[in-house]
Ligand binder design. Structure first.
Ligand code: FAD
Length: 400
């Protein structure tokens, strides 16, 4: 059984030796979010940008074989991040001269109860009002576009043809390489050990390879962000939760090409990967924690769900499987903004399982927040301090 994802290696040569003594900004974390921010800052002409990654680029949650990309959400902010990112993914080949394996097969969100159907109908409307093309399908139409589905328990589904999936490692590589060419110092095998924010102002980032004097940091450390925030006394409520996926044995013949399909009732999901299927479920029995070891524990709940939604997928014949971390916030929506308590502490984290699909837009947004210029959307609802006091949290239907 293979437990290292294919197509996940991000190979980029980066400097060894000691770190620069100062920087205008230090980006903490070299996943898809950190590298996107680095690229967008450098593209806008920022100088003195340093990105620090403890291991190899993409070795956190961004190294999964395939990442779903979509603008299917109910919250307008999430929809805008998704739409803006879809546009960027569509233009990626031309802009970065690389193939990120984008396949716009659409997303299918299955509904089996009246409330879910009403919610999904409403979010389809919001998406269309913002320029999206999501539409509602009947059970008969669902079986036409996804023959794996047993529609007997279903009332309908939303289908958004522009969505799909792509390869996160290719995106990380393209952003990192372009950022490096534009002058960003990218350091791998370099761990952030502490952040000096004496007097409520970021002053120094202490790393395993020396100290960097800086007046600002951007935390893009995914599931590990709470620890980095705590170093500077900034509360970032991000909880790591293991999420596992399996890949079925490659069949000699291509399988029917289906949309990225998610069942809202059971949280089962699957989509094509070459001549197999990538499949998984949001396992409600999974305790929070940093464990990234692959096990078969999630298969029981997957099989129970598949028996209802996609009976031919019960007891899948797996040739590979991977475990990674979701970086969950209390309302399962991102933390994007800057600290009001510590000057110079910015953050883009807590994407709760949809960080890949939002990464291009978040890079743009964080560039504008850091440069203090007008952004393409209002990021205030994603502030981390929404969990303090009575501030409204973000409600999102399309999260599993
Ligand atoms: C099984 C699975 C399936 C998923 N499917 C999807 C999907 O379909 N679509 C989607 O959009 N998203 C999906 N996600 C979520 C997505 O992978 C993440 O939201 C995204 O990769 C987060 O990127 P990031 O850059 O914030 O974090 P990461 O990629 O985790 O990067 C953070 C980096 O910070 C580094 N770091 C941590 N601490 C330190 C330190 N002290 N010093 C230096 N560096 C440090 C880590 O090594 C890591 O490389 C999935 C996740 C999993 C696990």
């Amino acid at each position: 059984m293979q437990t290292n994802p294919p197509d996940s290696v991000v190979s980029l040569s980066t400097p060894k030796g000691s770190v620069p003594s100062d920087a205008s900004v230090v980006i903490l974390g070299g996943g898809v979010i950190g590298t996107s921010i680095a690229f967008h800052l450098a593209e806008a002409g920022a100088t003195g940008v340093v990105l620090i990654e403890r291991n190899l680029l993409g070795s956190g949650s961004s190294s999964k074989p395939l990442g779903g990309v979509r603008a299917t959400f109910s919250d307008p902010g999430n929809i805008m991040l998704g739409q803006r990112s879809l546009e960027a993914f569509e233009n990626f080949g031309e802009k970065f001269r690389t193939d990120i394996g984008l396949e716009q097969v659409g997303y299918l969100f299955l509904c089996s109860d009246e409330n879910a159907l009403l919610d999904v109908e409403e979010s389809s409307k919001i998406q269309r009002n913002l320029g999206g093309s999501s539409q509602m399908l009947s059970p008969r139409q669902i079986s036409e576009i996804n023959p794996f589905i047993d529609t007997s328990s279903l009332l309908g589904a939303s289908f958004s043809p522009r969505d799909g999936f792509a390869q996160p490692s290719k995106v990380v590589h393209a952003y990192a390489q372009a950022a490096q060419q534009l002058g960003v110092t990218i350091l791998q095998d370099t761990e952030v050990l502490d952040i000096d924010a004496t007097g409520h102002q970021v002053r120094t980032v202490h790393t395993s390879r020396g100290a960097i004097g800086t007046s600002s940091v951007i935390c893009a450390a995914g599931a590990w962000s709470a620890r980095l925030g705590a170093m500077a006394d900034v509360y970032l409520p991000v909880e790591p939760v293991r999420r596992q996926i399996g890949l079925t044995r490659q069949s000699p013949e291509p399988l029917p090409k289906v949309p990225f399909t998610l069942d809202l009732a059971t949280t089962l999901y699957f989509h094509n990967y070459r001549n197999g299927l990538l499949l998984g479920i949001s396992n409600q029995d999974q305790e929070p924690g940093f464990c990234r070891e692959f096990t078969y524990g999630w298969l029981d709940s997957f099989n129970r769900a598949a028996a209802i939604t996609a009976p031919s997928l019960v007891d899948p014949d797996l040739e590979a499987g991977w475990a990674g971390l979701y970086e969950n916030t209390p309302d399962r929506n991102a933390l994007i903004g800057k600290s009001h308590d510590v000057d110079g502490f910015f953050y883009a984290t807590g994407f709760s399982g949809h960080g890949f699909l939002q990464a291009p837009a978040v890079g743009e947004l964080m560039r504008d927040i850091w440069l203090d210029r007008e952004a393409f959307m209002d990021f205030a609802p994603f502030a981390a301090d929404r969990f303090a006091g009575d501030a409204a949290t973000v409600r999102e239907v399309h999260i599993i």
